[in-house]
Design a binder for this molecule. Sequence first.
Ligand code: NAD
Length: 375
Amino acid sequence: MTTKNILVLAGDGIGPEVCKEAEKVLNWLSAKGPVKFNLSHALLGGAAYDKTGTPFPTETLEAAKKADAILLGAVGGPKWESLDYSKRPERGLLGIRKELGLFANLRPAMVFDELAEASTLKREVVAGLDIMIVRELTGDLYFGTPRGVETLPDGTRRGINTMVYTSPEVQRIARVAFDLAKKRGKKLCSVDKANVLETTEMWREEVQKIGDTEYKDIQLSHMYVDNAAMQLVRNPRQFDVMVTGNIFGDILSDCASMLTGSLGMLPSASLGARGKDGKQAALYEPVHGSAPDIAGKNLANPIATILSVAMMLKYSFDMNKEATLVEDAIKHVLGKGIRTGDIMQDGAKKVGTTEMGEAIIAAMETLHKERSKAA
Ligand code: NAD
């Protein structure tokens, strides 16, 4: 039996609560085989600071490097807000992304039919939506130099940030996006501002070259970022996979995620480069934060974290059948009108974090039995 080592970094606030439910899903899959998930835990964020004096202990980094995949809850909370910037929980998150070279951020925006009413857009615009935004995470304005604010001799203040990408950086994120498109609807839209920004003109050329030479079977298009923002709210279903730089991706992925209506439903993945041995650093986490307002009350929706596990199964372990089982179990539970508070609708049954997790496991069991019989 193959064993996969998963490091769980539950973090702060609702992090431990939602991770606990996601771990149940991994343990259930482990028991069924053929892959055994070996779960271990380490500290990150405020929880790590409280125990060790740092939000990102060396032991956590070492454990993260050894793991086949990482599941993260969330970090942060008011308790640590007055700490020096270097000790804040968020430094733990940025630290792990940087140390593991997680340059590709994958954010699916999927609308479950049962929740189409939760979107601020009309049902007919978002029903059945399933798009994937791939954001470059380690370059662009966020890291380019020169940067800073200076005061000129006449007293005027000038702020500077630098948009910078190298061709290998563009090529590696493009390949991640093309590979995803290959597994999905075979359509990729690259987003830039090539009409005014030279950096993104180069981006467009490099993406096109990769498409022409390595991915002839993928339908590649290019779109200016202003138009992409408009199209995302006008007709989001025209997209399959979108790829873009750090700053455009930051904004567009938040916009796309809100098409789905609820923070408690949104998973994400951050991937590094694949090594020669085939190993790829990968961290999976819900998009939401630590939600201190509802922490410890059994109110958090664990679905975003459980969907992050489904992404892990798909992208780290090629376990598509199991990933589909998890997603279908969630649809099954939503179809039965079971809801946590954040996605509550009239006539539905309101449950807590644990009950939602248990309902999803029960649905996995039912669907698994049905599918085994049919096979
Ligand atoms: P948040 O995502 O934690 O919460 C925003 C709102 O959504 C809150 O009302 C919360 O109760 C609700 N919510 C979030 N997740 C939910 C879930 N699973 N189920 C039900 N309701 C949910 O964002 P915030 O309030 O801006 O930030 C709180 C803390 O989290 C801050 O310290 C922030 O820095 C941190 N944060 C961490 C991450 C991360 O770890 N990746 C991301 C964002 C924010």
